[in-house]
Each structure stands twice: as C-alpha cells, then as structure tokens.
Ligand binder design. Structure first.
Ligand SMILES: O=P(O)(O)O[C@@H]1[C@@H](OP(=O)(O)O)[C@H](OP(=O)(O)O)[C@H](O)[C@H](OP(=O)(O)O)[C@H]1OP(=O)(O)O
Ligand SMILES: Nc1ncnc2c1ncn2[C@@H]1O[C@H](COP(=O)(O)OP(=O)(O)OP(=O)(O)O)[C@@H](O)[C@H]1O
Length: 433
C-alpha cells in the first residue's frame, strides 16, 4: 500500500474495477459532486483507497455537455472526444499540486492515487448500491443542484485513506480521528478601499434565501492569522460547522452540518487541538491561499473578466483561429483558484502517541502537534494532512459564478465584512505575496 504514487493521469488504463469487485465495496459518503465507496476486498492495489465516482445531474444521464465542455478540454490540452471528466480532473489536479512540496519523493498532501476504469456493469451495481444505501445520508440523497447518487462516468478516482495507509494509524484504523475543514475563500475583494470577505456576505445571502437557518461567524482568512485569529476561526467553525467542519472517528460522527456532539470531553479535546493542528499545518493553508490569489480575488470583476475570456475563446475556436497561450494560462490559473476556493483539508489524527515509538515507524508524512487539555496537561497527537476534493471546476459555469458573485456583492455590508480592525495581520499577509 505504501507504493510510489503513479501519476493519476497516466494510470487510467492500468487498474480496472469489474463487477466482481463491487461486493467488496460499501457506500461510504457523498458530497455534491461525488460519491465514495470503501474497499475491503483482496486486491492490494485497491486497498487503502476510496473509489470516488462522479454523480450524475438529475435528468441528464448520458449528457456530458457541462462535464467535459469544449472549453475545459481546450484549456487542459485534451481532445474532447477522448477526454472524460475524470481524466481532465486528474490533469487539473496534477497542475494544482505541481509545486506542492514532496517528502521522500511523495506528494504527501495529495489524496488521489490513480484514475481507474470502471466497467459498465460494475458502475450499474455501484449505482444501485448507492440508491439503497444513500438513505443513511438523507441530506445528501439529492445534491444541491439536483445531482443524484448514481454514476455514469466510465472512470473513477482512487483516493488514499491515510488512516489505512500510514503505519502510524493502521494499528487502530477505527480509532483514527478524521477532521475535515473546508476553508473556502481567503482572498476577499476590495470594497471601498478595504478588503471585505466573501464568506460572511455569502452567509447573509444564504440565510436570506433560506439555504441556511443561521449565519456562521467564521471568517476564512483568520486561519492564516496569529494564535488568537486561528482560535477565533476554530471557535466559529465549532459553533456553526455547516459544511466547513466535519469530525468523525470510525463510524461515529462528532461534528457535521447537523451540529456538534453532546459529548463534552470530545468537544473540549477538539476545541483545544483544532487551532494547534491548523497552526502546525500552516503551509497547507498557505498553499491553498496562493492558488486562490493567483486565480483572482472574489470581486465581480474577476468573474466578469473570466466570463468574457471564455466567450472570446469560444469565438476564436469557432472561426478556427489561434488561441493564445497567455489566455489559456490565465484561465488555468483561474480554475486552479476556484478549485482552491472549494477544496478541503483533511487531518487524520491519533492521540496520546508515544513520540519515540511513532518516530521509529519512520513515516515522514506524519507530524506531531501538542495541545494543553482541560486538566492543564500537555498532550501529543500525530497527524497527517491531506488536501481532498481539489476537483476540477468547469468553465461552463462562468455565468453561474458571475451571477453568484453579483448576488454576494449585493449582500456585502462593507463595515461588517471588511472588519479590518480585528485582523491586523491581513495587510502583511497580502503584502508578502
Ligand atoms: O460557489 P460556492 O462558494 O457556493 O461553492 C459551492 C459549494 O457551496 P458552499 O461551500 O456551501 O458555499 C458547494 O458545496 P455544497 O454543495 O453546498 O456542500 C459545492 O462544493 C460546489 O461545487 P460543485 O458544484 O460541487 O463542484 C461549490 O461551487 P463552486 O463555486 O466551487 O463551483
Ligand atoms: N481521501 C479521503 N480520505 C478520507 N475521506 C475522504 C477522502 N476523500 C473523500 N472523503 C470523504 O468523502 C466526502 C466526499 O468527498 P468529496 O469531498 O470529494 O465529494 P464532493 O462531492 O466532490 O464534495 P463537494 O460537496 O464539496 O463538491 C468527503 O467530505 C470526505 O468525508
């Protein structure tokens, strides 16, 4: 399982999931765009990884128009007739992680291990399994924009489950804690000369539209601040997790969109360890921030410009004109920025570790963090950080993004959303880039 990572985009033809494998897959979870299955079968190359399949837009079975749009294929240098969404997604993810640090030759923050081919009858059986099992995830049985839990794509992704592949956790996989933070946009936009944040304005909009009952007071950029700022962000996430914080241990869910566990010990431990993990893994959040910055801020102008660039690209393509590399590069940076504005950081954590014992296991992707518990004792935990769901965003969505940016802009209350007095680190953060 601890094999060298194959390039996701080149391994497509190598691993095949057949109907025989389906019995060893169990529905695990789903997001808006993907459904994931956990494998417990005999094939070593499938072990320690989730099978992640694209969901199908309701009523659009077989229609891949928005999934592998001509513009996406052009921007990512693929032949539209050959490319599938998953292979294009793998190419974008290669670009996303191109400058990520590697440890002993491994890109440790990546969770994608390979693109796999999924046979048609295996897909159908998995889709059936999902329909049956999705009752467990009722909130997700239908995605926000009507995507349903079945898959129509002939490729899938293997996503590494750190709890099963790292020697530090594998002794007690079911007791590894999994903490997922979906940070969202750190970059904001300049409103009346001050940097205002998208997240609070979007929260106001969601509440006004009835999409959320209450607004979270979380402000993403706080995760990049000092101790007090990070603490404030974590408290806000714990107070109103929505889809920005999820904590599980084995089958137990402690924090998710429905709220936070009533177990006071768990809450106390989490509240204390979370800020320390975030501080300890600062470079992961900074890496995401830099992609966002390069992609463009949250201003309406960013989205309008990209929309116009895509229209220009389409027009050039239709008259078989030459598309400039600069234009393609600008669009690639924007898409990578959008991916960074919607990915998550997943921490796999084990508590009360014996540092020398763990060090002797020689797993260089695992780090240590300490925190002070409710009794004032210093405790150590071992963790691995991964960036999950750094998924390709389709440029077919530019009109929707532009509309949303305009709506969020209209919901912005500059005095509340700029709130710069509490964030004196912000100028330094943006000046350092
Ligand atoms: O636009 P946003 O900021 O609302 O982000 C969407 C997310 O909403 P949220 O984080 O709740 O605000 C949204 O998350 P939820 O479905 O609300 O959990 C998706 O991640 C969506 O991406 P995709 O369409 O599945 O590729 C996300 O859409 P993209 O903007 O990344 O295309
Ligand atoms: N490598 C991984 N290790 C552990 N759990 C994972 C991994 N990848 C995905 N998951 C779990 O599966 C869930 C859904 O995966 P993912 O976030 O990729 O779906 P999505 O549909 O693309 O999300 P979104 O709703 O943000 O579009 C994650 O929130 C996480 O709980």
């Amino acid at each position: 399982m601890r094999d060298a990572r194959a390039s996701a985009s080149t391994s497509a033809a190598v691993i095949r999931i057949t109907a025989d494998d389906v019995a060893h897959y169990a529905y695990a979870r789903e997001g808006n765009a993907h459904v994931v299955f956990r494998y417990t079968g005999p094939r070593p190359e499938l072990r320690g990884a989730l099978l992640r399949l694209l969901k199908t837009p309701a009523g659009a079975r077989g229609d891949r128009a928005w999934r592998c749009h001509t513009v996406d294929a052009l921007v990512w240098g693929a032949d539209r007739d050959e490319a599938s969404w998953t292979t294009l997604d793998a190419a974008a993810r290669d670009a996303f992680f191109a400058n990520a640090p590697t440890t002993s030759g491994r890109a440790g923050w990546r969770d994608d291990r390979a693109v796999v081919r999924v046979d048609g009858d295996a897909l159908n059986a998995l889709a059936l399994k999902t329909t049956r099992d999705a009752a467990h995830e009722t909130a997700r049985a239908e995605g926000r924009d009507g995507r349903v839990a079945n898959a129509a794509e002939a490729f899938g992704q293997l996503s590494e489950v750190a709890a099963e592949t790292s020697r530090v956790f594998e002794d007690d996989v079911e007791n590894a804690w999994v903490i997922e933070i979906k940070p969202k946009s750190f970059v904001g936009a300049i409103v009346n000369g001050r940097r205002a944040w998208r997240f609070p304005a979007h929260q106001r909009l969601k509440v006004a539209r009835g999409e959320r009952e209450a607004a979270s007071s979380y402000v993403p950029v706080d995760l990049l601040g000092g101790d007090a700022d990070v603490r404030r962000a974590c408290e806000a996430l714990m107070a109103c997790p929505q889809n920005n914080l999820r904590v599980t241990r084995g089958a137990r869910v402690f924090v998710d969109a429905r709220g936070v566990t009533a177990d006071a010990d768990v809450v106390s431990t989490l509240s204390r360890v979370l800020p320390n993990l975030v501080m300890n893994a600062r470079e992961v959040f900074e890496f995401i921030f830099h992609h966002q910055l390069r992609g463009g801020d949250d201003a309406v102008k960013t989205y309008r410009d990209v929309h116009e660039l895509c229209e220009r690209l389409n027009a050039t393509r239709q008259r078989a004109g030459e598309v400039s590399e600069d234009l393609l590069e600008r669009l690639r940076s924007f898409v990578l920025g959008q991916m960074a504005k919607d990915c998550s950081v997943l921490f796999t954590v084990t508590f009360d570790v014996n540092v020398s014992d763990i060090e002797s296991r020689d797993d260089d992707l695992v780090r240590f963090a300490t925190f002070v518990d409710a009794d004032g004792a210093t405790r150590a935990c071992a963790y691995r950080a991964q960036i999950i769901d750094a998924s390709l965003k389709s440029l077919a969505k530019t009109s929707a993004w532009l509309r949303l940016a305009e709506d969020i802009d209209a919901s912005c209350v500059a005095d509340a959303d700029a709130d710069d007095s509490r964030r004196d680190f912000v100028n330094a953060l943006f000046a350092s880039t």
